[in-house]
Design a protein around this ligand. Structure first.
Ligand SMILES: O=C(O)CCC(=O)C(=O)O
Length: 267
């Protein structure tokens, strides 16, 4: 089972991020792509119940930035992200609870893990989707010492390049702590951090980017004619957090649960 070597753990702690190459294989990435295809077809067909299109609804949030009046068949390029896709398609659930995650994360946050984020991101050609500089802080007293107890992970599903809007990270920015700015507010992070130090994290399908909740990151639009999709899972040491959904208990995967019935996503 792949895990992190001592030098990788040290690099993660010093730099606030790490790119672990070749974690998921072609079959796993293809399986994930079948999940993306399912979500894409849902959006293209339209008729999704309004409650799933709002961030204040149940866990699943299909975040479409399509201008009013966009026909459903054309709206896919404006799809930004879907939160908790593991509720909608088994491919996301299988990878979320893969032993590869518990193996990778053990040296950083142990073997009993909860989860705050389960999300797929889309940057489709022509969609104008970007993520301004931000940190991934979870502002709740129920979650203690986030810097050392949280790991954000991004699985690269399509090759990520500067041209298609790959993730950029500011090394060592996690040392600045919680910058207490509004998430995604244009210009606010730049008052605290020299973002010219940011580096692009180009990567290929199967690679996993790991970073802390304080690490400053962001990305620009996809200027190519091909999609750039990624799969995000944010894990937290269970003993440091009284909220969130379980992912692993002492290394054993815990299936996703919800009080909401997701069998019908259409109105
Ligand atoms: O992968 C990216 O382009 C950035 C994603 C991100 O930072 C976010 O979803 O908040």
């Amino acid at each position: 089972m792949k895990t992190l070597a001592d030098e990788e753990v040290a690099a993660f702690r010093e730099q606030g991020y790490l790119v672990k190459r070749d974690v998921f294989d072609d079959a796993e990435i293809d399986h994930l792509r079948s999940g993306y295809d399912y979500i894409t077809s849902l959006v293209e067909q339209g008729g999704i119940d309004e409650q799933y299109l709002k961030s204040a609804g149940p866990e699943v949030h299909i975040h479409l930035q399509a201008p009013a009046g966009t026909p459903a068949a054309d709206s896919i390029r404006f799809l930004r992200k879907v939160q908790w896709p593991s509720m909608l398609h088994p491919a996301f659930e299988e990878i979320r609870t893969s032993a590869k995650f518990s193996g990778l994360l053990e040296p950083l946050i142990g073997t009993s893990l909860k989860q705050f984020i389960n999300q797929i991101n889309f940057k489709m050609p022509g969609g104008d989707i970007s993520f301004p500089w931000h940190q991934d802080i979870r502002p709740t007293p129920a979650f203690r010492e986030q810097e050392s107890n949280y790991v954000q992970t991004i699985i690269v599903v399509d090759e990520a390049t500067v041209a298609n809007g790959c993730l950029h990270i500011v090394p060592e920015s996690h040392n600045l702590g919680n910058l207490k700015v509004d998430r995604y507010a244009e210009g606010q992070i730049e008052d605290h951090v020299d973002v010219s130090r940011a580096i692009p994290l180009e990567a290929v399908p199967g690679d996993v980017v790991l970073f802390t909740s304080y690490t400053v990151h962001g990305s620009t639009v996809n200027t190519t004619s091909r999609p750039r999709r990624s799969y995000i899972n944010g894990f937290v040491r269970a003993s440091a957090c009284d909220v969130g959904k379980w992912a692993f208990h002492e290394g054993v995967p815990i299936p996703i649960t919800s009080d909401h019935d997701y069998h019908r996503i259409r109105a």
